[in-house]
Design a binder for this molecule. Structure first.
Ligand code: XUL
Ligand code: CO
Length: 435
């Protein structure tokens, strides 16, 4: 059955095209700095929002009705959804997808039955992957929706719930391996707290580290070679999420000797919720060898929660791609659209408009970033600004051969420093000239 019969293959038609169902900027085969756009951007569609999202919010149930949900049998729905998903990936022309175990297959009465269901759907996914030449960017488990996880998964006060979460991680990692996933992801769904009146934060964090170590060990046991990611988020669903931001995750990973096993998956909307720019979180990761992958979306300036909107801002995508390109680009990671169409966008075609726009805005970001990098204006400015450290007394400080006394002597001899403008407005104007 065809699930999107009104949609043909989406193709690149160039900037003059008026066709809303065509790319104006994303030309998958076009080479930028020696690599195709497809290989730079590594676009992925997320299963949860795009195929399982129905537009429900705290004030009302879903508004979106999909043809692949038209069955009384939940497993038939799971199969039809998977078929619809691969039709969507193929028509859109993305190379990757991402999923949670519970997105692709519904939970049953027991873990055993649930896992049998998962195996069945994973088999279908594997066939569709190979038929359509689509790859898995990452898989993960949903250990936050079921009521058993109301107080967390790895950080739950009950070891019984911890063990349940751990067994879900085990199975989800196995199917991720079976599907050739480039990575396995941990987002700390309800790993956080509502009040310290009932929470032993220290113990909970120790338990989280134990769970991750178990995963590291099991990964070795089964020979899964994918990369592990943690996805930071500062709040929502809990008031305080433990994996607050990239800096916080890094401190946690170092404390528990896990840093060499993990990279981070940076989500734009999570960065802004943490009070950081998307670019800041990316740069922090790059500076510390932590950049894994990206959940590409955006928040709303006026709303303080995770609205998960599709990216539309060329400034944001230009700065993000500039930062990613400067670091050498993605290896295992890519740009996963962890984004959902709005509650009133009820047509299947809206899913295509959302992804086409997002892919085009990242393609523009990539092209702008490549020009910025080739011209080297910003790199030169930074080089010049720090040139004082390359020799003389600056080099002595960097080599740690000067102490407080030497600094004092230097000032006594040289007096007041000469100040240099930061030239921010000048640089912002140059940035604008690329956009
Ligand atoms: C939630 C979120 C998740 C993760 C995967 O805010 O971003 O969907 O990306 O669990
Ligand atoms: Co995400």
């Amino acid at each position: 059955m065809e699930y999107f019969p009104n949609i043909k293959q989406i193709t690149y038609e160039g900037t003059d095209s008026k066709n809303p169902l065509a790319f104006k900027h994303y030309d998958c085969r076009q080479k930028i700095l020696g690599k195709t756009m497809a290989d730079h951007l590594r676009f992925a569609v997320c299963y949860w929002h795009t195929f399982k999202g129905t537009g429900s919010d705290p004030f009302g149930p879903g508004t979106i009705v999909r043809n692949y949900n038209s069955s009384d049998d939940p497993m038939r729905i799971a199969e039809m959804t998977m078929e619809a998903a691969f039709e969507f990936f193929t028509k859109l022309g993305v190379d990757f997808w991402c999923f949670h175990d519970r997105d692709i297959s519904p939970e049953a009465q027991t873990l055993k039955e649930t896992n049998t269901r998962l195996d069945k759907i994973a088999k279908l996914a594997k066939k569709l992957q190979s038929d359509n030449n689509i790859k898995l960017l990452w898989g993960t488990t949903n250990a936050f929706s079921n009521r058993r996880f109301m107080s967390g998964a790895g950080t739950n006060p009950s070891p019984h719930v911890f063990a349940y979460a751990a067994s879900q991680v085990k199975k989800a990692m196995e199917i991720t391996k079976e599907l050739g996933g480039a990575a396995y992801l941990f987002w700390g769904g309800r790993e956080g707290y509502e009040t310290l009146l009932n929470t032993d934060m220290k113990r909970e964090l120790e338990h989280l580290a134990i769970l991750l170590q178990m995963a590291v060990d099991y990964k070795k046991d089964i020979g899964f070679n994918g990369q592990f990611y943690i996805e930071p988020k500062p709040k929502e669903p809990t008031k305080h999420q433990y994996d607050f931001d990239a800096g916080n995750c890094y401190a946690f990973l170092q404390k528990y000797n896990l840093a060499k096993h993990f990279k981070l998956n940076i989500e734009a909307n999570h960065a802004t919720l943490a009070g950081h720019s998307f670019q800041h979180e990316l740069q922090f990761c790059i500076d510390n060898g932590l950049l894994g992958s990206v959940d590409a979306n955006r928040g709303d300036l006026f709303l303080g929660w995770d609205t998960d909107q599709f990216p539309t801002d060329i400034y944001e995508t230009t700065l993000a791609m500039y930062t990613i390109l400067r670091s050498g680009g993605f290896t295992t990671g890519g740009l996963n659209f962890d984004a959902k169409v709005r509650r009133q966008s009820i047509d299947p075609t809206d899913l295509f408009h959302a992804h086409i726009g997002a892919m085009d805005v990242f393609a523009r970001g990539l092209k702008n970033a490549a020009k910025m990098l080739t011209d080297g204006v910003f790199e030169d400015v930074i080089k010049q600004r720090y040139a004082g450290w390359n020799d003389g007394f600056g080099a002595k400080i960097e080599k740690k051969t000067a102490g407080l006394k030497e600094c004092e002597n230097y000032i006594l001899e040289h007096g007041e420093p000469e100040l240099q403008s930061g030239r921010q407005e000048f640089l912002e104007n140059i940035l604008n000239s690329y956009i």
